[in-house]
Design a protein around this ligand. Structure first.
Ligand SMILES: NC(=O)c1ccc[n+]([C@@H]2O[C@H](COP(=O)([O-])OP(=O)(O)OC[C@H]3O[C@@H](n4cnc5c(N)ncnc54)[C@H](O)[C@@H]3O)[C@@H](O)[C@H]2O)c1
Ligand SMILES: [Fe+2]
Length: 386
């Protein structure tokens, strides 16, 4: 089997890596940039810091902070209008997965034109957009190194997954110091998103010899650092470890593929407005239990890598130890069940579960799962997570 591996051509990682923004933009010949971010970043003063650095470096920033968590096609269109009316020659994303994904979509919509939904799915983007530099502030989605963007189509209430190498950032500046301000709940949600990337990349039917070591190292780092980063927000080695885990997880899953957890998580996010990391976290134990038999050796390796299996356990025992460990991790990190999320009601859940299951299946991700489900299986798994 042959496989393709794409990552940004430049990844600069470590404390202070975000200070490389001006030199990198200069290298690209950019003079006027669209800075894509969100309201929190504007209020936090971080944008002001970058604005000052950019102006001092002779670069004019046009600030666009209208990206909402789990960004929509409308956010993307608003960004394209600023990009085009202000004649920007490059784009910079500052924030979590939401600003990074919005910026990727802004870039390709600007060159390819409407409708954005034409880019949905695998390898549907015809032409590259302007250069894009991304600076993640969550650890996280791994979007800084992925050829993936997830944008909500507001007319259809669907989270569109787009995967294409034209969505790859030109440069990623991965600076864990920017994640020190993450509150505990955000640390938990994005951290379990990272873990899910590692697990799904490793058990995916499209896993490759290049993605396996990245996925396992991602899982190992999460085991070492997530609970510490969650309980001690200022712990720099833990923040650094989680940032590296997120970036490795992104490299792994974008080149092997996510599977059933992500497939089922997107409809939950789209319909109940539950953050991406949280909707993954509350599905992960049930989906893992369902999938174990399809890739027992691989799940056993994950279990050993996470430290939840002892050396004397055989593959059956090690794989079986994984689910209780994931349940315990959710309890420790105070991840609620679907029914405990403030935006869900049983009536709406019952009304929507068939649509959620069919949207999940239509996304294509469940087809990469070790056991490929049918709609009734997916509904049963949603019930389990309820
Ligand atoms: N493209 C990909 O490869 C990929 C992979 C996974 C998820 N995603 C997408 O990413 C999005 C979620 O991204 P996310 O989980 O990073 O969250 P996010 O970008 O939506 O941010 C969540 C909230 O955290 C705040 N925040 C960000 N950084 C912070 C910091 N350092 N301190 C305090 N607050 C901070 C934001 O302002 C926002 O209010 C979803 O739309 C999801 O579908 C994309
Ligand atoms: Fe994810």
């Amino acid at each position: 089997m042959i496989s393709q591996f794409n990552i940004p051509s430049t990844v600069i990682i470590g404390a202070g890596a975000s200070r490389e923004l001006v030199p990198q933009l200069a290298r690209l010949g950019a003079r006027r940039i669209l800075l894509v971010s969100d309201a929190f970043m504007a209020a936090s003063g971080l944008i002001a810091r970058f604005e000052q650095e950019l102006r001092a470096g002779g670069i004019t920033p046009l600030i666009f902070t209208e990206v909402q968590p789990d960004p929509t096609d409308e956010n993307v269109r608003a960004g394209v209008r600023v990009l085009q009316s202000e004649k920007c020659d490059a784009v910079v994303a500052l924030g979590g997965g939401s600003p990074m994904d919005a910026a990727k979509a802004i870039c390709v919509l600007a060159t390819n034109g409407e409708p954005l939904s034409r880019c949905q799915g695998y390898h549907q983007v015809k032409s590259p957009g302007p250069p894009l530099i991304v600076i993640p502030t969550t650890a996280g989605t791994g979007s800084e190194v992925t050829k993936v963007a997830v944008i909500t189509d507001t007319a259809r209430d669907v989270k569109m997954m787009m995967l294409d190498r034209h969505l790859l950032p030109t440069v990623a500046l991965v600076d864990y110091e920017l994640t020190l301000t993450m509150p505990a709940s955000l640390t938990a949600h994005v951290g379990v998103d990272t873990l899910t990337h590692g697990i799904e990349a490793y058990v995916s039917r499209k896993a490759t010899p290049l993605t396996d070591p990245l996925a396992l190292q991602c899982i190992r780092l999460v085991a070492q650092h997530l609970e510490i980063a969650w309980s001690q927000p200022d712990n720099r080695p833990a923040r650094e470890g989680m940032m590296l885990a997120a970036t490795l997880g992104g490299m792994a899953f974008a080149n092997s593929s996510v599977a059933l957890v992500h497939g089922m998580s997107r409809p939950v996010g789209a319909l109940f407005h539950i953050p991406h990391g949280l909707s993954n976290a509350l599905l992960l134990p049930a989906v893992t239990r369902y999938s174990l038999a399809g890739a027992k050796e691989r799940y056993a390796t994950i279990s050993r890598t996470l430290g939840c299996a002892t050396a004397s356990m055989n593959d059956d025992e090690a794989a079986a130890a994984l689910v209780p460990a994931l349940v315990k991790l959710n309890l420790t990190l105070q991840v609620p069940s679907l029914s405990q999320c403030p935006s869900t009601t049983r009536a709406r859940f019952d009304q929507m579960k068939e649509k959620m299951a069919s949207d999940a299946l239509a996304s294509g991700s469940p087809a990469n799962n070790p056991i490929v489900p049918e709609i009734p299986d997916i509904i049963r798994l949603y019930e389990e997570a309820w």
